[in-house]
Each structure stands twice: as structure tokens, then as C-alpha cells.
Design a binder for this molecule. Sequence first.
Ligand code: SF4
Ligand code: SF4
Length: 193
Amino acid sequence: MYRIRLFSVRHARAFEWIYKRVENMMVLMDPVFAKIGYNRVEKPIALLERGVKGLLFDCQMCGQCVLSSTGMSCPMNCPKQLRNGPCGGVRPGGYCEVKPQMKCVWCQAWEGADRMRENTRIHDVLPPVDRRLQGSSSWLRVSREKAAELRESRNAGKTAVAKAFSEARKIEPATAPLVPEPKNAVDREVRKT
Ligand code: SF4
Ligand code: SF4
């Protein structure tokens, strides 16, 4: 597993690409998940995620995946579980202070981030890990959150147009010529009288 973890960091750019595709697919699946019920799909998707990411990244299922910000090196494999950079005890050659046979997770993270297209995300300060999400699927969480963001931005676009029209109507000249009434509307009026 450890060797595969190092392999994933060495191929961080390819995994970044794959990760993006998986994320997009999960967002597209949001209506399906919503229909079935997120609670119902949580268990099978979390199992799948555990299997795939456990093999590739030694994933500990923290529920808030940050691999895209940490060069595809999982920070939960740091014995101190540091999420924002290495401790002060990194050994010469980039080995871990606590587990001398293991490369420091954060040294690996910098190497992986250097290989990635979005190589500045490693500078972002990550929020502390929320232990309540331990064991849950971060794929599903991302799918739900990103889909909600998309919906919100679409709705914001619609209300912006409606607002712009109402503003425009306020400044419309009072003498603006009216378009002729449609013929069927006129006929209806005649029939009434
Ligand atoms: S950051 Fe969390 S979800 Fe992502 S690989 Fe590590 S333990 Fe798994
Ligand atoms: S050396 Fe690196 S992996 Fe080891 S405890 Fe410190 S930060 Fe974590």
C-alpha cells in the first residue's frame, strides 16, 4: 500500500485529471442520488470510495478529502494528522520523525503539488478536520455541495435578468408606442359586446 501511495504522488498530475472527472460525474449524478436518497446511497458509495482510495492513497476516510490541495498525498497518514504542513521534526532525506521508514507525508505533498496543474492550492490554509464526518463519503458530500452551488448560481442568474427588466421598465418613456393587440384578442372583445 505504501508503495502505491508513493506511486500516486509521483503521478499526481494524472490523478488530478482523473479526480476532476470523477467529481464532475458525481455532480452530474446528483439528481439520481437525490431521487434515491443520499442516505440510502451513502453506505455503498462510501464502501466503493474506501476500496478505491484506500488502495491508491491509503485513505483513512476522514470524509473531507483534500487530496487536490495536498499533491495527492493524504495528510491523514501523517502520524500527527497535520492538515497544514509538516511538523518541525522531518528527518534528513524527507523522512518522518515518528515513522523513520516512511517518507514525510508533507514532503510528499509538496512534491506531488509541484507536478499538478493547480499547483498553488497547497498554499491554502485548510480548516481543521471535522471528526463527525469520519467514515462518510467525501465524493457524495462534494456531489451534493457542488450541485447545490450550481443550482444557486443558476437561480441567481435568473433573478438578475428579472431584476434588470423591472429596472428597465421603470425608466421606460410613458409615451412609448404600444404594439397592436393580437387579432384573436380583438375578436374576443368584439364577441363580448
Ligand atoms: S484526505 Fe481524507 S478522504 Fe482524502 S484520502 Fe485522506 S483520509 Fe481519505
Ligand atoms: S515528519 Fe511529516 S509525516 Fe511525520 S509527523 Fe511530522 S509532519 Fe507528520
